[in-house]
Design a protein around this ligand. Structure first.
Ligand SMILES: Nc1ncnc2c1ncn2[C@@H]1O[C@H](COP(=O)(O)OP(=O)(O)OP(=O)(O)O)[C@@H](O)[C@H]1O
Length: 236
């Protein structure tokens, strides 16, 4: 086991974004954080990566590495005047990665031929692939990807899934947030279902389906929505 979330909560002023999360994530697993808008996916990712500090609880990382996480934020604003390769060279300095490693990741995300282009002219999908490249450049135990399919066309969604599969084959832990159910079904060993900052279910798809007597993630979500709205109506 290499990651433990202990009584993790986060509040922003009056808003509770995440409530008392207790769970473990095993080595070599792909966990997909699922949930609707405002469910708490990005907040959880920010707590995992240390971008935000928890209001209570903690994240314990069991890793021999000094830097255990590689992070792909949901959006990156790269300096527009820099070229693709200049950006990766910048990250490479900190990660101690040279030309060969940079070339390998740019080839993986299909941007090697665009290495001398200024990123200010990039499409949304190209920027997202560059964002993925900076994350893959780090050789860490845990990869955290926040809505990585945003802006990617179907070809690159398939490639991204293949990249995640390869990371898992190298026994890396991959945590992905997505509101696209189909992605979750295809790549997840486990899904974590968040609703209003609370964990509603965590485990394999079979376990989650059984818990809600459903046969798809869409049905699980509908069931959660209906029961939460029912509770709200009864409380009102
Ligand atoms: N910096 C912040 N200040 C105040 N409230 C915040 C902040 N960040 C998040 N929140 C609130 O916390 C809740 C969870 O937000 P979060 O961004 O984690 O959700 P999400 O599941 O990633 O949603 P989405 O799919 O819409 O991106 C929301 O109600 C949001 O408004």
């Amino acid at each position: 086991m290499n990651l433990e979330l202990m009584e993790l909560s986060k509040s922003y002023k009056k808003k509770t974004a995440l409530t008392q999360v207790d769970l473990q994530i095993e080595e070599g697993e792909c966990v997909v954080l699922c949930g609707g808008n405002g469910a708490g996916k990005s907040t959880m990712i920010k707590l995992l990566t240390g971008v935000e500090t928890p209001s209570t609880g903690k994240v314990v990382v069991h890793s021999g590495q000094k830097k255990a996480f590689a992070y792909m934020p949901d959006q990156m604003n790269f300096p527009p005047e820099l070229t693709t390769i200049e950006i990766l060279q910048y990250y490479g300095q900190f990660l101690k990665k040279g030309h060969e490693a940079i070339k390998a990741v740019l080839e993986k995300v299909g941007l090697w031929d665009e290495r001398n282009q200024r990123v200010g002219g990039f499409s949304k999908g190209m920027s997202q692939r560059l964002n993925l490249a900076q994350c893959l450049l780090a050789d860490t135990d845990i990869y955290i990807l926040d809505e990585p399919t945003n802006g990617l066309d179907p070809y690159w969604v398939i490639q991204l899934k293949q990249i995640i599969k390869e990371l898992k084959e190298r026994n890396k832990t991959v945590i992905v947030s997505s509101h696209i159910m189909r992605d979750a079904i295809e790549i997840a060993d486990k899904v974590l279902i968040l609703f209003n900052g609370k964990v509603k279910s965590y485990g394999t798809l079979d376990k989650v389906y059984k818990e809600y007597s459903c046969s798809s993630l869409e049905e699980v979500f509908l069931s959660i929505h209906e029961s939460e709205h029912q509770k709200k109506r009864e409380g009102a």
